[in-house]
Write a protein that binds this ligand. Sequence first.
Ligand code: NAD
Length: 241
Amino acid sequence: MNRMEGKVAIVTGGARGIGRQIVETFAHEGAKVVYSVDMGTGEYELPNVRHVQLNVTNRAQVAKFVEEVKDEFGKIDVLINNAGITRDALIQKMTEDMWDSVIDVNLKGVFNLTQAVAPIMMENGKGSIVSISSVVGVYGNVGQTNYAATKAGVIGMTYTWAKEFTRKGAAVRSNAIAPGYVETEMMATVPDKVLQPIREKTPLGRLGQPQEIANAVLFLASDESSYVNGHVLEVTGGLKL
Ligand code: NAD
């Protein structure tokens, strides 16, 4: 299928994990161009993928990059706010730096990209923004005060943008995905003694795969979800933390 045919898409955190799977899925679904944006390097052989090394916390760099995309293609159809980090500790041991760095990437990074891209979408009268929250932002989690705050914040921004970007009759949709535990490098640091109870608490009895998140993102990014706006889709195998 060509569910992304003709579309110009930006995916943050596209070098690895869930972001990489989203980039590849969009590319295979016929996107005109998919920008993989990451502070790290990322190699792609796909002809319609361009990797851009960029830190989402750097507002000036973000604005310049988005302007360049607009100049070349005249539009941006899809923005996926996926870049995110964890710096876990119980609140008694959480340093100011741990708090600030997670807020900076997971919250301000999403703000930076969306603020730069949304006016272009509104001018064109349509667009789809999908931000990756987390089951932790919905239910909370021990040791993740900073991360939970950002992922709940992403949901608040998503609901706000669903109202704000449609005010002038533009079909600029804003939705979020709240994944459960997904097998990526981010999870590699989590010991199995923590993951095993998660598997057991998950009705489907296993962790998720990046492709299963990318499939949900594809639905929300494509025109198939044209009447879905302001929704948080849990992709968790049924897990409620
Ligand atoms: P990951 O660590 O494997 O990949 C994240 C990518 O984001 C990396 O390539 C990293 O370089 C990039 N990144 C980090 N900071 C950046 C910055 N400042 N600027 C640009 N790029 C930056 O993580 P993942 O597991 O693929 O997670 C992707 C998203 O999904 C994150 O927002 C994460 O919070 C969310 N999530 C993941 C899980 C999970 O279980 N893996 C569960 C729920 C939500």
